[in-house]
Ligand binder design. Structure first.
Ligand code: ARG
Length: 253
């Protein structure tokens, strides 16, 4: 009988320890994310802004987002998805913000708000080293590859007589170019540099197609978050932290 009581007691103690244990982690987690979770929708196919290193999404956007979350006392959660799903995710509340080297455009402003801009960018043209295409003007009538739903996609559609081939990933467009399936790729300048470096026989035309700016997309009804993010961005710009993150990933020529 004594033995039984002892066993039951030990059992109860063990159980309550487990319960305490889990309670403790819960409250620690809660403390860590006192401000809640900041869910970032992105498309991690876009080095040096967002890409995989093993299981983790790293890059300029991922680090700026982490710095913003830290400033707001929030825990960052990154959700990787198709690029053209990001604005939908932000609008439906599935994500709090969209951060994906996303260019501010009139069209997008109809559906979401944008934070202050945090990077300047351009769309460039990648061709084969021996291509006869020497400037963006030579693209008419050509087969042009783009990532689906990007500004490159929109511009390519405006080129007279060009056939637009849309890929889920920018890298797939570059591969198609390497394999002579298309004549050129229109894509953002920084990922273009990375992809050209990784694939032999390609070059970037000197003349850029457009100039644009990146910002963070936030739901139209979430002015509170918009203000907080703009505040955090301003601090990161002011302190030089933002430049430091960029310099880590982009080496000045
Ligand atoms: N800047 C371009 C745009 O906003 C391309 C962005 C693609 N980003 C990405 N993470 N795949 O349309």
């Amino acid at each position: 009988m004594k033995k039984l009581i002892a066993t039951v007691l030990i059992g109860v103690m063990a159980l309550s320890m487990v319960a305490c244990g889990s309670k403790k982690t819960e409250s620690t987690e809660a403390a860590e994310a006192a401000g809640g979770t900041l869910v970032m929708a992105t498309n991690a196919e876009f080095p040096p802004y967002e890409y995989y290193e093993g299981e983790n999404v790293i890059g300029i956007d991922a680090e700026i987002a982490q710095a913003i979350a830290d400033k707001l006392g929030m825990e960052l959660k990154i959700e990787d998805m198709a690029f053209d799903s990001i604005i939908v995710a932000v609008n439906s509340g599935k994500a709090d913000m969209g951060m994906a080297g996303m260019t501010v455009t009139e069209d997008r402003l109809e559906n979401v708000n944008f934070s202050d801009t945090y990077a300047h960018a351009s769309q460039v043209v990648i061709v084969k080293e021996d291509s006869t295409i020497a400037s963006p003007d030579d693209l008419s009538g050509k087969k042009v590859g783009v990532q689906l739903g990007t500004t490159g996609d929109a511009y390519a559609g405006d080129i007279e007589g060009a056939t637009v081939e849309r890929y889920n990933k920018g890298f797939e467009a570059v591969q198609a170019l390497s394999q002579d399936k298309i004549d050129a790729v229109i894509i953002d300048g920084e990922p273009a540099k990375v992809f050209v470096e990784e694939n032999e026989g390609l070059k970037i035309l000197d003349e850029a197609f457009t100039e644009e700016d990146y910002a963070i997309a936030i739901a139209k009804d979430n002015d509170e978050l918009l203000e907080k993010i703009n505040g955090a961005l301003a601090e990161l710009k002011e302190s030089g932290e933002l430049d430091k993150i960029v310099d880590k990933y982009i080496t000045a020529e």
